[in-house]
Design a protein around this ligand. Structure first.
Ligand SMILES: [Zn+2]
Length: 56
């Protein structure tokens, strides 16, 4: 993980703590990467389960 990404994740964490909606993050806490780089991940395709692993 590069420094810019690490800083962006920290910033998103802070903003989210202050009430920002998780969908407005520019980074993905689950994958520790830029949101745009993992938006197609199956974990993200269903909003209602976006933060939880799917049952097998
Ligand atoms: Zn992700």
């Amino acid at each position: 993980m590069n420094k810019r990404l690490a800083a962006a994740i920290e910033r998103d964490n802070e903003l989210e703590e202050r009430g920002m909606h998780g969908d407005d993050r520019k980074t993905c806490w689950t994958h520790q990467t830029w949101a745009e780089d993992c938006a197609a991940d199956p974990m993200h395709t269903n909003p209602s389960t976006s933060h939880y692993p799917r049952p097998a």
